[in-house]
Write a protein that binds this ligand. Structure first.
Ligand SMILES: [Mg+2]
Length: 394
């Protein structure tokens, strides 16, 4: 079997709430849908988050196409090494989502040919379903409390909120509202996206600890592990590395430095599902759990991640997902808003491969939305840059 053609389609799906974090905002999910066609008529689906942009994902796909066409989609390790060594070596962050989409589509092909859901090719069902958190959009405290109540009513056990705003008292008010809305038994995770200096992080986490936090994600810079280690040695709340743990090589550095209690891993940020399994294995050897990070994803990428997480023991925390923000999806009956989750969990698809089917009408609708309004969906918001031109913020 040989790969004959790559077909890439950018799509834009609106969020029900703008996503706002320490240094920007976006109004919807842009993904590049990838269809990989073979000479035997089997087509595999992949999806790349539009990171850093859809144009860059499309350019990377064009540049690796000569390395992919004519190759055997079953020879995934060899294909990925070929792309990495010849095509993208040293440029992991900007190229990884596109490459991960190629790998994802190959796994879909392999599963379809074998007649097996992907989970059965990655180790089998360690768990029957995968837990995800409810993404509470950063907003005014009353709206944060309303969203946290919606999380609780929808059956989610873990709520996630971005902090690291320009005004620390606002963060405190929002986290208080989060606890009020979510109720006493909910697990609360906050993410500062590197906004705080180490001393500020210690002060903020000690202040916010009264709201019984599950994890604090990347409170300080991901580039200087001494900062993360400093904070970890001075607070009781466990720390989750994210910007510090982009690739396996950075994850190894976090583990060696003892800088975090839990590590984020992400197949889209580090070249595919096999690397996600490697990341989880490395952390398991170090005695640490992992959390699936997301750059934002629709049903195709969510399904791929769910298969891998279901087959890997040390994903013991709720994983990052965008169900609470998404208004819709491009697949039939998978992903999309919170209606696709049961008690905060996603069922592992049972059909062969990724086990998801595209909805052609919605693919066409959201491809058209990307064509007409795609620029407005990109990472943006100049205001934070004007107000907070430096990192850390304070
Ligand atoms: Mg994060």
């Amino acid at each position: 079997m040989r790969i004959e053609r790559l077909r890439a389609t950018p799509v834009a799906v609106p969020y029900v709430h703008d996503e706002i974090w320490a240094f920007g905002r976006r109004r919807g999910q842009v993904s590049v849908l990838l269809e990989v066609e073979t000479d035997e008529g089997v087509t595999g689906l992949g999806e790349a988050a539009a990171y850093p942009s859809a144009d860059i994902v499309l350019a990377v796909l064009r540049s690796v196409e000569p390395l992919v066409l004519g190759e055997d989609p079953f020879a995934i390790e060899r294909l990925m090494r070929r792309i990495e060594l010849i095509g993208t070596w040293h440029h992991v962050k900007a190229t990884s989502p596109a490459i991960a989409a190629v790998e994802m589509a190959c796994w879909d092909i392999v599963g379809k040919v074998c007649g097996q859901p992907l989970v059965n090719l990655l180790g089998g069902r360690f768990r029957e379903r995968v837990e995800c958190f409810f993404y509470v959009a950063r907003s005014d405290p009353a709206e944060v409390a309303r969203e946290a109540r919606r999380a609780s009513e929808s059956g989610f056990s873990t709520c996630y909120l971005k902090v690291g705003s320009d005004e620390p008292n606002t963060d405190i008010e929002r986290v208080e509202a989060l606890r009020d809305g979510a109720g006493p038994s909910a697990r609360l995770r906050i993410d500062a996206n590197e906004a705080w200096a180490p001393g500020t992080a210690v002060r903020m986490i000690r202040e916010l600890a009264r709201f019984d936090l599950e994890l604090v994600e990347q409170p300080v810079s991901g580039r200087n592990l001494d900062e993360l280690g400093y904070v970890r040695s001075r607070v009781e709340v466990p720390l989750l590395a994210n910007e510090a743990s982009w690739t396996r090589h950075e994850q190894l550095a976090v583990l060696k430095a003892g800088a975090a209690d839990v590590l984020s891993v992400d197949n889209q940020m580090d070249g595919g599902l096999l690397n996600l399994k490697r990341s989880a294995g490395m952390c398991e050897a170090a005695g640490l759990p992992v959390v699936k990070h997301s750059l934002g994803e629709l049903g195709v990428a969510l399904a791929a991640a769910v298969h891998a997480i279901a087959a890997t023991p040390n994903f013991t925390y709720a994983n990052q997902a965008y169900g609470a923000l998404l208004s819709d999806d491009i697949t039939e009956g998978f992903g999309g808003g919170v209606a696709g989750y049961t008690d905060g969990h996603v069922d592992v698809p049972a059909e062969p491969g990724l086990g998801v089917t595209l909805d052609p009408d919605r693919v066409a609708r959201y491809a058209e939305l990307y064509r007409t309004e795609g620029a407005a969906f990109s990472f943006g918001d100049p205001d934070p840059v004007l107000r907070s031109p430096a990192l850390p913020k304070f």
